[in-house]
Structure formats: C-alpha cells, structure tokens
Design a binder for this molecule. Structure first.
Ligand code: ATP
Length: 323
C-alpha cells in the first residue's frame, strides 16, 4: 500500500476530526501518502480529492464535526456510481480506503470492496453506539455528556413548575444514549426501543407510581421511527392521564455537536493508528473496535448486524435509584 484515501460518511460525530488526524499522521509515519476525500462517497464520485500532509490535520483534534464534510450519497448505492468512484480512486492512485462512519457507510464499503477488491478498513464514527463489536463508538461519549448537560438545565425548570418532562434523545432505534444518559442525569426512567413497546413501558411507570413523592419527573425517551418517540408518548399521556402536566423537549442536533471529550479523542486516536496497522497487515473489510480497552478487528458483516444488545440490567439500576 502506497497511498490511502480517507473519508467521513453518514451522520457526523464529535471525534471524527481526531480520527482523520490520527489516520493521516499514522499513514505518513509509515511512509504512506494520504488523499483526503471530501463529502464521503459523494466526493469519490465527483472527484473531490486532495493530498494531505501532516499540517493539514493540525489543530483539529478539539473540533466537532468533520473537516472532510459528510454527505449521504444515493449514487454510491448503484453499480454505475461505484464504478465512477473506483475509476476516480485509481486515477488518484489510491490503493486502500479508511472510511469513518456508521452502518450505512460500512454496508457501502463492504459492497465496494467485494466488487473491486479494494482493501477497506472502517472506524466507528456515530453518536448512536449501535455498531456491534465495539464497546463504544467515536462520538458517543461526547453526545452523552451533551445530553446530561441539557437535562440538568431542563430539571431546573421541571422542578420549579412541578412538571413531567419527556426528553427525546437520538439513537436511531437504539437505546444506548437514552439509557445511559438517564442514569447519568438522575432521570426517573428511560424508554428504549429494545424493550417491549414504548406504550407498555409508560404504563408500567405509571403503575409503579412514578412521580408520587416527587415534585418533578424526567423521562428520557429514545427516538424511534416505530413509535414516534416523545411526542407520541406525550399525546398518549394527555389522553389517558390528563392529571400530569407534561412537556416535551426534543434535543435534536445539539447532540451531534461540540468539542469531543477526552474519551472520544483518545479512542479516535488509537483507532486511527490501528486502522493503518491493519491495512499494513493486509486486513480488509473490517471495522476497528475497542473491547475491554483493547483494539479488536470486527468484520463489516458482523459490525452492521444490527443486534448490539443494550445492557438491560441498567434499567434495574435506574429503577432502584429513582424511588
Ligand atoms: P449514521 O449511523 O451516523 O447515520 P451511516 O454511515 O449509517 O451513519 P448512512 O446515510 O446510512 O449513514 O450511510 C452513509 C452512506 O453510505 C450512504 O449515503 C450511501 O452512500 C452509503 N451506503 C449506505 N448503504 C449502502 C448500500 N446498501 N450500498 C451502497 N452504499 C450504501
């Protein structure tokens, strides 16, 4: 391998810049040239490719978002789109890729790698933590911290007005952010898609008498396309339990922003170096993960399997602590 391409794709996450920096510097350290590809797979197709030196990634480790931009690219889903991408890649003398993104990014990478025999290594860049085979994804810890900061503020007003707040957090049908932010912010409950239906979880909460001895309650709700998230739950509450003064806050895109935490900067840095090591070791079609603080290699097919389990014992901890 003489030259690698690096790109960020799908939803951005804090720490992607730290990963770009690490991949770039580790490659150059090993005598490999680096081509930066802008706007994810789109930039491969539209040929937005620039050579990077070490100084191109100076002063970015602390920045949120991604200096390479990100995009969703429908064309890469077609064989014609991927053909153009491959031709541009070859013209730029790129012979391997490091892709930073989520399950969609790895799905595309797997198909592209199979079609054109391209060595590709992925780094898990998503706030949702929904990739199998890694304890944590780059951006997840920062998003958790952003959420608890926001919840702390909402609690001030919730307490003053004796209200019940449903706070909706991101997660793309995964409950990691909801469950762990609920624990860390002292919320009364978390409603997550992994467990029964959200309506059932709500009924259970009411049955258990939550808020009885309290002057405010906060329930963290995972966004979910299936149930409609916090708004749908609030409507249900309004209909069936009008005695509660319910408010909804949807945190939205503030969860994606901000300077990455130390944890995210460190795992991004370690994973970037590991990606280059893996390519030099002739590994391909794998995601770099970290399990029990050690680097692991996870085949794309496993990483994207969509069945990473949340630790449901945490729901028990949450319910003990919210009496
Ligand atoms: P996040 O989880 O943060 O949203 P993601 O990587 O899952 O990130 P997606 O938008 O799902 O984000 O995927 C990123 C890009 O990967 C898509 O825009 C598309 O270009 C490519 N991609 C996704 N699925 C496929 C597929 N089946 N075939 C080819 N390319 C794909």
């Amino acid at each position: 391998i003489k030259c690698i391409g690096v790109l960020t794709s799908g939803g951005d996450s804090p720490g992607m810049n730290a990963a770009i920096r690490s991949v770039t510097r580790a490659a150059i350290f090993n005598g490999i040239r680096v081509k930066a590809i802008y706007r994810g797979y789109k930039g491969l197709i539209t040929n937005e490719i620039t050579e990077f030196q070490t100084q191109n990634v100076s002063n970015i480790i602390q920045q949120g978002g991604t200096i390479l931009k990100s995009a969703r690219c429908a064309e890469f889903r077609t064989p014609e789109g991927r053909k153009t991408a491959y031709e541009n890649m070859k013209a730029a003398e790129i012979d391997a890729l490091v892709v930073i993104g989520g399950d969609g990014t790895f799905t595309g990478a797997r198909i592209f790698a199979q079609e054109y025999n391209v060595p590709i290594v992925g780094l898990p860049g998503t706030i949702d933590n929904d990739l199998y085979g890694t304890d944590s994804t780059i951006g997840y810890d920062t998003a958790l911290n952003t959420i608890i900061e926001a919840v702390d503020k909402i609690r001030d007003t919730a307490t003053s007005h004796e209200r019940l707040f449903f706070i909706e957090v991101m997660g793309r049908d995964a409950g990691f952010l909801a469950l762990n932010s609920a624990l860390a912010s002292g919320a009364e409950a978390a409603i997550i898609p992994e467990r029964e239906t959200q309506e059932d979880q709500l009924e259970e909460l009411i049955k258990n008498g939550f808020r009885k001895s309290k002057n405010s309650s906060i329930v963290i709700v995972a966004e979910s396309e299936i149930t409609g998230g916090a708004n749908a739950l609030a409507e249900l509450m309004h209909k069936e339990h009008p005695e509660y003064d319910v408010r909804v806050t949807i945190l939205g895109h503030i969860q994606r922003g901000g300077s990455p935490t130390a944890h995210d900067r460190i795992i991004a840095s370690r994973m970037g170096v590991a990606a280059i090591d893996a390519l030099l070791d002739e590994q391909r079609s794998i995601m770099i993960g970290i399990v029990n603080d050690e680097i692991v290699h996870v085949p794309f097919t496993k990483a994207i399997k969509d069945d990473k389990p949340v630790d449901e014992t945490l729901l028990g901890v949450l319910s003990i602590l919210s009496i």
